[in-house]
Design a protein. Structure first.
Lengths: 287, 314, 360
C-alpha cells in the first residue's frame, strides 16, 4: 500500500521535474532577454570570469535606459512601421488570393482539387534558401532593391501556399448541406459564398491573418538579400544586423527589441497554434 | 400561397419559365477563376524562380551584370572539388540529423509529460511554444549574447558549479560552434514537435489507451507497442518539417557564426549566400543551394504519401 | 440482375405529372446510383421515395433539386423542362435536409427570412410572411434564437418554416424526421401530413422508414439499386407487392417467402399466418406445419419463428405474428398446424422475383 503511494509520489515528482526542465530550457533565453534589457550597464557587462557577480539576477536596480535608447536613439520605430506596412500588404494579398483559392479547392475543383491542393501546399516546402538567389536577380531586374515592395512581392510566395491549405481545410469543415440549402433558398454559388460560407469562415480568415503576419515578421533571408539600407529594414532584419555601434552591439537595447517584438507575437501565435498544427498535420491525424 | 385545389388550377397552365444559369452559378467557371490568382502567383513567383535557380546554376551570372553565360556543369564540378563545399554539405546533414534525433526524443518525452494531467499544464504548454513563435532572427541574437565569449552566462554557471576548468570560446572553436548551433536548432524545433506529437496523442482513442493499461502493459510497452506506432504518421510530419526547417535554415547559422570560425560551420544555405550574394557569383550560389533539393524531394514524397493515405482513409 | 419491366400493378397516371422524370440516370463511375427512373408526381400529391440506404432515392431527389447533374434523362417541373441550365435557385423548390441545414450564424427569424431576401421581397412583406410561417409552426417566441439554442424538434420546425415561407412549387424533404426521437417523430409526422394537406403543395419525401412512408404518402415509390421497383398507394404496395424485394422490404416482420414449386415462390404476411384453430370453421385455407424454434413476446403480438415441416425451402425462418387475442399456447420446439387464407397468398417467379398469378 505505502510502497505504491511512494511510487506514485515519485512519479509525480519526476513528472513535475521533467515539466520544469523543459520549461526552463524553452523560456531561459527569454528570461535572459528580459534581464539584459533592464540591467544597468555596469551590472550587465561584468565578465563571466567574475564568479562573485551573479548574472542571473538584478544586482543593481533595473533601468529603462536601454528601452529609451531603443525607441529614441535607434531606427527601431521605423522598422516597426516598415514591418507593419509590409505585413498589412502581404496579409491583404494573401487573403485576397488564398481565400478564393481555398474555396475553389475545397468545393469547386472536384477530384483534382485534392491533388492541386497538395501541390500548392508542397510549394510551401520550397524554402527561401533555394529561391533567394534567383529572386536577387528578379528583384534587381525589377529595380526593387532596397524597396519594401520587394518584400511585399516575395513574401506571399510562402504565405499563399500555406494559407490556401488552411482555408481549404476551413471551407471543408463548413457543412455542404448549408451551401446546398442556400442554393435552393434562391442564391447563386457566388452569393452563397458571400452570405453563408464567408461568415462561417471568419475564424479561419482570422487565423490566416495571424499566420501571414507572423510569417512576415519572422522572415529574415529575403530581407537580408534585398534590403541593405537601414531605414528600409524590417524588424527581424534591422534588430540583428543594424543595432550596432561600430562592431559592438547595444546588447541592452538589442535584447529589449527582441523581447518587445517576440513576446506579443509568441502570445498571439500560441493561442492560434492548434489551428496551425491542424493545418500541418491534416491527413496524419484522423479527427 | 397556393392553398387548396383552386390555386393549383391557376398555377399549372401558365408554364413557368425558369431562370437560366448565370456566371455566378457556373462552378466550372468559378472554380478555375477563383483558383487562378493563387496558381499564377505560385507559378510566377515560385515555379519560375525555381527554374531560374536551376538555369543560374549552369551559368556564370554575377550580381553586377545581367549577363547570362552558359557554362554547363562548371559550377558543379568546381564545387565538388571544393573542400569548403564538402564541409558545408556535411554540416548541413550533421546539424539536421543530430538536432532532429534530439528533437524527437525530447518532443516525445515532453509530449508524454504534458499529456499526463498536472496543474499548470496549459501554462507550460504555452511557455513551451515561445521558442517556436518568436522570430528566429531575434531569438538567435539572444543566443549569440548567451554564448558571448566574454559575458557568457553558460560559462559562468559551469564555472560556479565547478564543471569548467578552462574557458569556452563558443564561436571561436569549430566543435563548440557546432554545439551552439545545434542547441539553438533543438531549442527552436522541439516545442513545435512537442505540440504536433501532443495533437497526435490526443487523437489516439482513449479506449485503446485504457485497454492497454487494463491489459497490464507497462509504460515502455505502452510507449513502443501502442503509442509510438499510432503516433507514427504524426511523428513523421513533425520530423518532416523539422528536417525541412533545419536543413534549409539560414538565420541561425548566419547570425551565430556567419559560417565561422574559419568557415568551419557553413551550411549550404549560408555558403550559397556567401558565394552568391556577398561574393556576387550568382551561378555558383545557385549551384550550392540546389544541393538542398534532394532533401526537399524526399520530404515532398513522404508528404504526398501521407496525403494519399489520408485520402484513402477518409 | 434481372431486368424488371414496370410492374403491371402500377397506376399509370394519364395526365402530365407536376414533377416528372424520364429515363433519369446518375452514374458515379461504375456505380449506377439512379438507373433510368420514370417518376410522375401529380400536382398536390405527396409521394414518398422509400428504399434501403444506397438505393438512389436521395440522389434522385437531389437531381430534381438541381444539386446533382443527371448523367442522362429529363426532368420536368410544372410542365417545363428543367435541364442543367436551370440552377437550384430557379426551380421553385424548397428542400428540407436531414440535418435541417440551419444557418448557424443566423437567428431563427433570419433563417426563415433568408429565401425571401433572395427573392428581394419588400421589408414589410418579408416580416409578415416570416411571422405567418412561424405561426404555422408555433415558433413565434423562438424567432430571436440561434439554431444552437433550439431543441431538435424546434430546429426541424424552423427548417420547415423556411421551406414554406416562399410558396415553393414543390417540397423536397430528405428524411426530415430521422433526427427526432421516436416520440416526437409520430407527432411531427402527423403535423407534416396536416400541413401538406392544408397547403396542397406537391411534395416528394425521401425516407428509409416504412412506417413514415405508409403514414405520409399518397403514393409510395419503392426503390432499390437505382430503380423504382413499384409505385402505388401504401395499401397497394403493401398488399400487392410487385416483386419479392418490395414484398420483403415492406412490413415488419417481412413477408414470408417459401418455395412453392420449382419456378414459383409463395409469399404470405406473418400477420396472416395464424394457428389453424384461430380461423375456426373457415374454408379455403392453406395449412402448413410450423416447427417453432423461438417465440418472442412483443406485447400486442407474439412472433413465432420456425420452419415449415413440408420440406419447403426458405432462406429465412418463417415468421407468424400471432395477435395477443389468440391465446392458443405456442411452445418452442413444438410443431403446430398454421394456416393462411388462400386469398392472402402471393406468388412470385422464383428466377426474376416478379409477381405472377397463382399457378393452377
Amino acid at each position: 500500500m505505502t510502497g505504491r503511494a511512494v511510487l506514485r509520489g515519485a512519479k509525480r515528482v519526476a513528472l513535475y521535474t521533467a515539466a520544469a526542465v523543459f520549461t526552463v530550457f524553452a523560456v531561459f533565453p527569454f528570461y535572459w532577454m528580459f534581464l539584459t534589457a533592464f540591467k544597468q550597464n555596469r551590472d550587465l557587462y561584468v565578465g563571466a570570469t567574475n564568479l562573485q557577480h551573479v548574472p542571473w539576477i538584478f544586482n543593481d536596480p533595473p533601468t529603462l535606459d536601454h528601452v529609451r535608447l531603443l525607441f529614441f536613439g535607434t531606427p527601431y520605430l521605423v522598422w516597426v512601421k516598415n514591418t507593419a506596412l509590409v505585413g498589412l500588404a502581404v496579409v491583404a494579398i494573401t487573403l485576397g488570393v488564398a481565400v478564393p483559392a481555398g474555396y475553389s479547392l475545397a468545393r469547386l475543383a472536384g477530384r483534382w482539387g485534392e491533388r492541386l491542393g497538395i501541390g500548392i501546399f508542397l510549394t510551401y516546402l520550397v524554402p527561401p534558401t533555394l529561391l533567394f538567389i534567383p529572386f536577387a536577380r528578379v528583384i534587381s531586374l525589377l529595380g526593387l532593391q532596397n524597396k519594401l515592395g520587394a518584400l511585399v512581392l516575395v513574401y506571399p510566395t510562402f504565405t499563399i501556399p500555406f494559407c490556401t491549405w488552411l482555408m481549404m481545410g476551413f471551407f471543408r469543415s463548413v457543412p455542404r448541406d448549408l451551401e446546398e440549402q442556400a442554393m435552393i433558398d434562391g442564391y447563386s454559388r457566388l452569393a452563397v459564398i458571400g452570405k453563408v460560407v464567408l461568415p462561417l469562415a471568419v475564424p479561419g480568415m482570422l487565423t490566416v491573418v495571424i499566420f501571414a503576419f507572423t510569417l512576415v515578421l519572422q522572415e529574415f533571408v529575403y530581407a537580408l538579400t534585398f534590403i541593405s539600407q537601414v531605414e528600409r529594414m524590417t524588424l527581424s532584419l534591422g534588430v540583428p544586423v543594424a543595432l550596432v555601434r561600430g562592431d559592438v552591439f547595444y546588447w541592452g537595447s538589442l535584447m529589449a527589441a527582441c523581447l518587445i517584438t517576440s513576446v506579443p507575437i509568441a502570445v498571439v501565435y500560441s493561442s492560434f497554434i492548434d489551428r496551425f498544427i491542424a493545418g500541418l498535420t491534416a491527413g496524419a491525424i484522423k479527427g | 400561397m397556393s392553398s387548396g385545389p383552386q390555386a393549383q388550377v391557376t398555377l399549372a397552365p401558365p408554364a413557368p419559365v425558369f431562370a437560366r444559369r448565370t456566371l455566378a452559378d457556373r462552378e466550372s467557371v468559378l472554380g478555375p477563376l477563383m483558383l487562378a490568382p493563387a496558381l499564377v502567383y505560385v507559378i510566377l513567383l515560385v515555379g519560375v524562380p525555381f527554374v531560374l535557380a536551376i538555369l543560374l546554376s549552369f551559368s556564370s551570372a554575377t550580381a553586377g551584370s545581367l549577363d547570362f553565360n552558359w557554362v554547363g556543369l562548371r559550377n558543379f564540378t568546381r564545387l565538388l572539388s571544393d573542400p569548403q563545399f564538402h564541409r558545408s554539405l556535411g554540416n548541413t546533414l550533421r546539424f539536421m540529423l543530430v538536432s532532429q534525433v534530439l528533437v524527437m526524443v525530447l518532443a516525445v518525452t515532453a509530449a508524454h509529460v504534458l499529456d499526463a494531467a498536472f496543474v499548470g499544464k496549459r501554462l507550460v504548454r504555452s511557455l513551451l511554444l515561445l521558442p517556436w513563435a518568436a522570430p528566429v532572427a531575434l531569438a538567435s541574437m539572444a543566443w549569440v549574447w548567451i554564448f558571448d565569449s566574454t559575458f557568457s552566462v553558460v560559462n559562468w554557471t559551469l564555472k560556479v558549479l565547478g564543471l569548467l576548468p578552462g574557458w569556452l570560446y563558443w564561436f571561436g572553436e569549430p566543435g563548440l560552434a557546432t554545439v551552439a548551433i545545434i542547441t539553438v536548432h533543438v531549442w527552436r524545433m522541439f516545442p513545435f514537435a512537442t505540440v504536433i506529437v501532443l495533437a497526435g496523442m490526443s487523437a489516439i482513442p482513449q479506449d485503446i489507451r485504457e485497454a492497454a493499461v487494463v491489459d497490464g502493459a507497462g509504460f515502455f510497452r505502452r510507449l513502443f507497442h501502442v503509442n509510438l506506432p499510432m503516433l507514427l504518421p504524426v511523428v513523421t510530419v513533425a520530423v518532416l518539417f523539422g528536417v525541412v526547417f533545419t536543413a534549409t535554415d539560414f538565420s541561425v547559422v548566419w547570425l551565430l557564426t556567419r559560417g565561422g570560425p574559419y568557415n568551419s560551420t557553413h551550411v549550404l544555405a549560408t555558403l550559397a549566400f556567401q558565394r552568391g550574394i556577398l561574393g556576387a557569383n550568382l551561378g555558383e550560389g545557385a549551384a550550392v543551394a540546389l544541393f538542398l533539393l534532394p532533401v526537399l524531394l524526399v520530404a515532398a514524397v513522404v508528404m504526398l504519401r501521407l496525403a494519399r493515405r489520408a485520402e484513402v482513409g477518409t | 440482375m434481372s431486368t424488371l419491366t414496370r410492374p403491371p400493378i402500377t397506376e399509370e397516371p394519364t395526365a402530365l405529372g407536376y414533377v416528372e422524370t424520364r429515363g433519369l440516370c446518375k452514374h458515379f463511375g461504375d456505380v449506377r446510383a439512379v438507373d433510368g427512373v420514370d417518376l410522375c408526381v401529380m400536382e398536390g400529391e405527396f409521394v414518398v421515395l422509400l428504399g434501403p440506404s444506397g438505393c438512389g432515392k436521395t440522389t434522385l431527389m437531389r437531381m430534381i433539386a438541381g444539386l446533382e447533374r443527371p448523367t442522362a434523362g429529363e426532368i420536368y417541373i410544372a410542365g417545363e423542362r428543367v435541364d442543367d441550365d436551370v440552377p437550384p435557385r430557379a426551380r421553385g423548390i424548397a428542400m428540407v435536409f436531414q440535418s435541417y441545414a440551419l444557418y448557424p450564424h443566423k437567428t431563427a427569424f433570419q433563417n426563415i427570412a433568408f429565401p425571401l431576401e433572395a427573392a428581394q421581397v419588400e421589408r414589410s412583406t418579408l416580416r409578415r410572411k416570416v411571422e405567418w410561417a412561424a405561426a404555422l409552426f408555433g415558433l413565434e417566441r423562438l424567432l430571436d434564437r440561434h439554431p444552437r439554442q433550439l431543441s431538435g424538434g424546434e430546429r426541424q420546425r424552423v427548417a420547415l418554416a423556411r421551406a414554406v415561407v416562399r410558396d415553393p412549387r414543390v417540397f423536397l424533404l430528405d428524411e426530415p424526421l430521422s433526427n427526432l426521437d421516436a416520440k416526437l417523430r409520430a407527432v411531427a409526422r402527423f403535423e407534416l401530413k396536416q400541413l401538406q394537406r392544408q397547403l396542397g403543395t406537391t411534395t416528394i419525401y425521401v425516407t428509409h422508414d416504412q412506417v413514415e412512408a405508409m403514414g405520409l404518402g399518397d403514393r409510395i415509390a419503392v426503390m432499390d439499386k437505382g430503380k423504382i421497383r413499384q409505385i402505388g398507394t401504401p395499401r397497394d404496395v403493401y398488399d400487392n407487392p410487385a416483386d419479392t424485394f418490395v414484398a420483403t422490404f415492406l412490413g415488419s416482420p417481412p413477408m414470408n417467402l417459401v418455395e412453392y414449386d420449382e419456378r414459383t415462390l409463395v409469399g404470405f404476411r406473418p400477420e396472416h399466418f395464424l394457428p389453424r384453430e384461430a380461423f375456426g370453421g373457415e374454408a379455403d385455407l392453406v395449412t402448413y406445419r410450423l416447427r417453432v424454434r423461438e417465440v418472442e413476446y412483443l406485447g400486442s403480438d407474439r412472433l413465432a419463428y420456425g420452419y415449415l415441416e413440408e420440406e419447403r425451402r426458405s432462406d429465412q425462418p418463417v415468421i407468424a405474428a400471432v395477435p395477443i387475442t389468440v391465446t392458443l399456447p405456442i411452445a418452442e420446439g413444438e410443431a403446430y398446424e398454421f394456416a393462411v387464407r388462400r386469398r392472402d397468398l402471393r406468388f412470385f417467379d422464383a428466377r426474376t422475383g416478379l409477381r405472377k398469378p397463382a399457378p393452377s
